[in-house]
Structures are given as structure tokens and as C-alpha cells.
Design a protein around this ligand. Structure first.
Ligand SMILES: CC(C)(COP(=O)(O)OP(=O)(O)OC[C@H]1O[C@@H](n2cnc3c(N)ncnc32)[C@H](O)[C@@H]1OP(=O)(O)O)[C@@H](O)C(=O)NCCC(=O)NCCS
Length: 151
């Protein structure tokens, strides 16, 4: 499975391809306009996972980092619903960490909803550590867990 997947830099044309899919198959974690702004921002780097089947290319996940000096925030990593629990987010995360190391960054940070067990487990798998809580950060109800990893 993993071998059929390519991880490349995300381009504007990739965003256009998933424009309609964002709300439905990517759980509405991203807004099209915001994602477009992120992709053209010089301080951001995004990676996209694609699967190529019978000559057709399907985007199945993406994530990015926003760089601030020698640190970066990981922006919402998201995998298309039907492709979850197959190691896709792990593959994207491995590549994102390598990218950050190649850019000579020292630390990766992120925030995640306390109820998002799948994402918390993913980050723990990659040795992110909890460093704080932002109370009622999401919709004024759910807490955000702040996590970091020295790379
Ligand atoms: C979180 C998300 C990106 C994980 O993607 P994925 O491709 O399914 O993740 P992987 O298959 O690489 O799993 C990596 C680890 O995450 C954890 N995990 C993934 N799905 C899980 C689930 N449903 N329940 C509990 N743990 C889960 C496991 O610990 C897994 O480790 P393992 O490989 O040792 O089993 C995916 O569920 C998603 O897109 N969710 C919606 C968007 C989102 O919540 N993004 C995070 C915003 S902070």
C-alpha cells in the first residue's frame, strides 16, 4: 500500500483538484481560501500524498508547516476519509519532519483538540510531548493540547 503513494510538495493546482472535496471527504478541516493563501506563503511548506491507480492520480492527504525563525507550527494534517488508518498520516509526518530537519529547524509545535484521539495518538507516535493546555480554545468548549518535538 505505502509503496504506491507519492509524497510531493503541495502546489496550487493540487488545491484546485480537492476544492470540492475539502468539506466532504477531508472533514472540513480546511477552508479553500485559507489553504490557497498558505500554499503561496513563503514561510509555509506543504506536502501532499497522492495515490496513482490506473494512470489516475488521487490526492489522499496533506499537511504543512508554518515557519517562524527556527521553529515551525504543524498545520492541520488531514487524510481523506476512506484512506485513514493505513499509515498515510504517518508517511506524511515522516516526510514533514525530514523537511523541517533539512530546513535546519529546531522545533515543531502544534495544537490539537483534547477529544481528537486519532490525532493525539499520531503525534505521540512521533514523540511529540504535551507542553500545555489552552482552555476552551475550540468553540469556547474544548481544550487544545499544545505539543512540541525537538528535531
Ligand atoms: C488524524 C489523522 C490525520 C490520522 O490519519 P491516518 O492516516 O489514519 O493515521 P495513520 O494510519 O498514519 O495512524 C498513525 C497513528 O495514529 C493513531 N490513530 C490513527 N487513527 C486512529 C483512530 N481512529 N483511533 C485511535 N488512534 C488512531 C494510531 O496510533 C496510529 O498508530 P499505528 O500506526 O501505530 O497504529 C486522520 O484521522 C484525519 O485526517 N483526521 C481528521 C483531521 C484531523 O483530525 N487532523 C488533525 C488536526 S490536529
Amino acid at each position: 500500500m505505502i509503496q504506491q503513494i507519492s509524497i510531493t510538495e503541495m502546489k496550487l493546482e493540487d488545491v484546485e483538484k480537492i476544492k470540492k472535496d475539502l468539506q466532504v471527504n477531508f472533514d472540513n478541516f480546511w477552508n479553500y481560501e485559507i489553504l490557497k493563501e498558505e500554499i503561496v506563503n513563503n514561510n509555509s511548506k506543504y506536502l501532499v500524498a497522492k495515490i496513482i491507480k490506473s494512470g489516475k492520480c488521487e490526492i489522499i492527504g496533506f499537511a504543512g508547516i508554518k515557519i517562524i525563525l527556527d521553529e515551525a507550527d504543524i498545520m492541520n494534517i488531514v487524510v481523506k476519509k476512506h484512506h485513514r488508518k493505513k499509515g498515510i498520516a504517518s508517511l506524511i509526518m515522516e516526510n514533514l519532519i525530514k523537511l523541517a530537519q533539512n530546513l535546519d529547524l529546531k522545533k515543531l509545535r502544534l495544537e490539537v483538540n483534547q477529544k481528537n484521539i486519532a490525532a493525539i495518538n499520531l503525534y505521540k507516535k512521533f514523540k511529540f510531548e504535551e507542553v500545555g493546555i489552552r482552555k476552551k480554545y475550540y468553540n469556547n468548549t474544548d481544550d487544545a493540547i499544545l505539543m512540541e518535538k525537538i528535531i
